[in-house]
Design a protein around this ligand. Structure first.
Ligand code: M6R
Length: 621
């Protein structure tokens, strides 16, 4: 949550900061601000609202200067108001700070500062307390007079952060220290972009990839002093930091919308490629298995695994729920799926040979990171399934599988879901082939997986049909989603997509649960979406549809193969996806639901890529 961009160089900072914020807007979009230093003035513009609103302020009165910091906010402490928007200042008014994260002990720190003397706070935020605390230490060190201002400021940041409980990615400037930015991170991502006679700080490389593809992904407890031509990384403890300059995998082109009206639609259409990339080089036709070298486990270690725990949040959790079915079916291993937020605070009994997978597109989700850390603390091998290379989860896990889905900007996750489900099949195949799957069964799994990209292309051709259905139901007061087995989590995902971007009340359930209470909600105004492909439970789904029909509930059915015929006279609308084995069907059956949510949101005139109250990456608890 929240996005930070900092710049120090020879160009005007304002357009670079504003451009970076636009690219980070997916991280939060309730208020935004910049602080740019020009000689002896800190020019600040900030307001509640979108980056476009900040842009208007900056156009009206363009701030000059070649270094500065900026922020797009997702409110945690304090409402989204002009006053609470970042940057925040210290008591002297010379130090400006932007922050992503939560300072948990900010109340106590604030009271201490107030007790100590003149500290007047103008916002409700935890960030302002941190600005005052750093400012206090900086001012106090000035009286010693024996260290230069830059190292004094770094020391003040270090001293203040040692008093802080919580998470932070911060960037700050001080009016009296020209061409100098200090950044630090703990629990919230921060990356240093290394340019030529210019350097950058950002929450995510997408903000700076247009200027440089050389990046240093800072570690927790790193403090970085950034100047135009150099930077220095040290640790919170005061030691020299170790770092590596990496090449960013994608280019500026990859994060553009191109001809698509929304990122979400672009990302839905990227799925043939992203699913292919999730499998690329990972299927061995010769050995009829999957090759997942990133797991960093020997055959003997893989063979010894007797239980798998999958954990994630939101869409990643839903992919994990499908993984539970897939891995149990292909590998015969017991699998459990846990909300990361529950797992991290719960004492789940785990056997010695339990393997834990933390699933996260961003690799920065606080709850999933917490679950990963708790699992590793207990001594379990914990692997990451992430999209963002060098994300915290990817770096802190014992190994893992990258999704290679390319940047996902739309707040509603789409292509990451199908990549995650594909990876679940790879894991199922790998473990299955070490257990009871024969070579011919392994080959069949590979054939099914390899057929997917072309089948996704076919499924995408349904978009006009889905759009018509979307128009019909866009003003429904609620929508219910049902599915069985592999497609039950698809029902959850369909409901989540709809809720997120249309704000229509939606729920997903196993179809059979209908009669245990949910049927009370069925009425002519509430459409029921059944994900009922041609599989072993189709007839059971059909029974449930009859129950809805008998109560005059409209039915939208997502089906496959010859089953469309059997739905005549029962379903009001039928969407037929290509036939596929049950364990890969979710990759296909979810696509009409992504399109349905998308077209309903467009029909309602809503901001598809930036739904209200949400942010792409949830780095707070
Ligand atoms: O980056 P992650 O995969 O860890 O994110 C997990 C959830 O926050 C995320 O899937 C969220 O539910 C999406 N907005 C769903 O569309």
């Amino acid at each position: 949550m929240c996005g930070i961009v900092g710049y120090v160089g020879r160009s005007e900072a304002a357009p670079i900061l504003l451009d970076g914020l636009r690219r980070l807007e997916y991280r939060g979009y309730d208020s935004a601000g910049v602080a740019i230093v020009d000689g002896d003035r800190v020019e600040t513009r900030k307001c509640a609202g979108r980056i476009a609103d900040l842009g208007k302020l900056m156009t009206a009165e363009p701030p000059a200067g070649t270094y500065g910091i900026s922020h797009t906010r997702w409110a945690t402490h304090g409402k989204p108001t002009d006053q609470n928007a970042h940057p925040h200042f210290d008591q002297s008014g010379k130090l400006a700070l932007v922050h992503n994260g939560v300072i948990e002990n900010y109340q106590a720190l604030r009271e201490d500062l107030q007790r100590e003397g003149e500290h007047n706070f103008t916002s409700d935020t935890d960030t302002e307390v941190l600005a005052h605390l750093i400012g206090k230490h900086f001012e106090a060190s000035g009286s010693n007079g024996n260290a230069n201002a830059k190292s004094r400021l770094v020391t003040a940041v270090r001293t203040a952060l040692q008093q802080v409980i919580g998470t932070y990615g911060i960037a700050l400037v001080h009016k009296d220290i020209p061409d100098f930015i200090v950044g630090a991170r703990r629990g919230s991502p921060l990356v240093l972009g290394v340019g030529k006679e210019e350097n950058f700080l950002a929450s995510d490389v997408s903000a700076i990839v247009a200027y440089t593809r050389d990046a240093v992904y800072l570690n927790d407890f790193d403090i970085v002093a950034v100047e135009r031509e150099k930077f220095e990384i040290s640790s919170l403890a005061g030691e020299g930091g170790h770092y590596q300059v990496s090449k960013v995998e994608f280019t500026d082109e990859d994060i553009k919308k191109g001809d698509y009206p929304h990122y979400m639609l672009k990302e839905i259409y990227e799925q043939p490629g992203s699913v292919r990339d999730a499998m690329r080089g990972r299927l061995s036709a010769e050995e009829c298995t999957a090759k997942l070298g990133g797991l960093e486990m020997t055959t003997a270690e893989l063979r010894a695994v007797d239980r798998i725990v999958l954990t994630g949040c939101g869409t990643a959790l839903h992919a994990g729920r499908i993984g539970e079915y897939i891995i149990e079916q292909l590998a015969g291993l017991p699998v459990e799926i846990e909300f990361s937020s529950e797992f991290r605070h719960r004492n789940t009994p785990m056997t010695g040979d339990t393997l834990v997978f933390a699933i996260s597109q961003s690799g920065e989700t606080a709850d999933t990171l917490g679950a990963l850390r708790e699992s590793r603390r207990k001594g379990y091998r914990t692997l990451g399934i992430c999209n963002n290379v060098a994300s915290t989860i990817a770096r802190e896990s014992d190994g893992g599988v990258y999704m290679h889905a390319g940047p996902e900007i739309g707040v509603a996750a789409t292509k990451s879901f199908t990549s995650q489900v594909t990876i679940m099949s790879l894991i199922g195949l790998l473990f299955g082939r070490m257990r009871h799957l024969s070579t011919s069964e392994g080959s069949e799994v590979i054939d099914a997986l390899e057929a997917l990209p072309a089948q996704i292309e076919e499924t995408l051709k349904l978009t006009d049909h889905v759009k018509e259905i979307a128009k019909k139901y866009a003003r429904s007061p609620g929508v219910l989603f049902f599915g069985r087995q592999f497609n039950y989590p698809v029902a959850l995902e369909g409901a989540l997509k709809l809720k997120e971007i249309t704000y229509i009340f939606a729920e997903g359930h196993p179809s059979a649960e209908l009669k245990h209470g949910i049927i009370a909600l069925v009425r002519p105004e509430v459409p029921c979406v059944f994900i009922a492909p041609d599989d072993a439970v189709f007839s059971k789904n059909l029974n449930n549809m009859e129950q809805v029909k008998a109560r005059k509930g409209p039915i939208i059915a997502v089906t496959s193969g010859g089953c469309a015929k059997r739905l005549e006279g029962i379903a009001d609308d039928v969407i037929t996806v290509p036939s596929a084995p049950d364990f890969v069907m979710p990759v296909l059956s979810v696509i009409p639901l992504q399109l349905l949510a998308y077209h309903m949101a467009v029909e309602l005139g809503l901001d598809v890529d930036k739904p209200r109250n949400l942010a792409k990456s949830v780095t707070v608890e």
